[in-house]
Design a binder for this molecule. Structure first.
Ligand SMILES: [Zn+2]
Length: 324
């Protein structure tokens, strides 16, 4: 890719859609954001996305070589069809790629947002220079992208590596996917907060309740983090436990894929050592020794913009163009 060429990345979130003009080094030159709730109909939302993309492209000082879109659900990336979006209505078997390609003149690539985040880290972030990467995004769910020999691993239906829905406890809490005890039910934002609230209501003591103004509904992972950093034992234990669960799931992943690096991103990655230490310790204890020698577990480079940058990286990944 010429250093001057640009890419547009779109992060199709359940509540916000972010679009960014990205350069050949992964830096966002210009970005825009709008609420998807303002466009309840698929056609009108597509029109708005196209309008944003055209506005970014016309502001570009040089050629735009493609558009990448990361979506919050399973995708057939070859045909460019969204199978289904759990949190956005009206997107079942939606041919997003062809509908957008009719309206713009650059190639369009779509994929699951976790795969896009993995492409972003591999191209410009913590995974740069590695071939075999596991990239985990901790948000309301647990998204995962797997890269094997520098290629995103997609499986038969192009939607593999939903590690967030690997079961850790066969009698565990009910998960949105219909199963129960998935890793997501232990470390996904809403489940994590729900379990904290339940414990506090049943009498456990923590300063996080005071930080939340004694309002259970105001408790967030951020507040749990603040309390833990101030030495609150209950909250330190929340991260220790979450880290052990995540580490257990990742230990299984290490045994299957033997990756060189595990990259952890998303909002919860800001928790830092309190989460990462139990994750690292558990992976080491529960994986095959030969696989953990030299294995790196580190924070993602992109957190806030991982969706936009990742979607742009997807274009390069699919066009098989190395960053220069
Ligand atoms: Zn599940």
């Amino acid at each position: 890719m010429s250093k001057k060429n640009l890419i547009i990345g779109v992060d199709f979130g359940a509540t916000f859609i972010k679009a960014g003009l990205v350069d050949s080094r992964g830096a966002i030159i210009k970005k825009s954001v709008f609420s998807s709730a303002d466009y309840p109909k698929r056609e009108s939302l597509i029109q708005r996305i196209v309008a944003e993309v055209k506005a970014l492209a016309s502001s570009a000082h040089s050629r735009v070589i493609g558009l990448g879109i990361g979506v919050p659900g399973p995708v057939d990336c070859k045909k460019g069809i969204i199978y289904n979006l759990v949190n956005v209505k009206g997107w079942k078997m939606a041919p997003l790629k062809s509908e957008i390609e009719k309206k713009i003149s650059v190639p369009v690539f779509i994929d699951n947002d976790a795969n896009a985040a993995c492409a972003g880290e591999a191209m410009w972030g913590a995974g740069r220079g590695y071939s075999d990467i596991i990239c985990v995004t901790l948000g309301s769910g647990v998204g995962t992208g797997v890269m094997i020999e520098k290629k995103i691993f997609r499986g038969r239906g192009y939607s593999a590596a939903e590690i967030g829905h690997v079961c850790l406890d066969i009698d565990g809490p009910a998960c949105n996917c219909g199963a129960n005890g998935c890793i997501e039910t232990f470390i996904g934002n809403s489940y994590l907060v729900k379990s904290v609230v339940e414990k506090l209501k049943s009498g456990e003591k923590s300063s996080v309740l005071k930080l939340a103004g004694f309002d259970y509904s105001a408790i967030t992972p951020k507040l749990i983090n603040i309390a833990a950093k101030k030495g609150d034992k209950f909250c330190i234990n929340v991260w220790e436990t979450a880290g052990r669960y995540l580490g257990t799931a990742l230990a299984g992943v290490v045994n299957i894929f033997n990756p060189e690096i595990i990259i952890i991103g998303g909002g919860l990655s800001k928790t830092g050592a309190m989460l990462f230490n139990p994750v690292r310790k558990t992976i080491k204890r529960r994986s095959m020794k030969v696989f953990t020698k030299g294995l790196k577990v580190c924070r993602a480079r992109f957190v806030q913009d991982s969706g936009t940058v990742g979607a742009a990286a997807l274009v390069l990944h699919e066009l098989n163009i190395a960053e220069q």
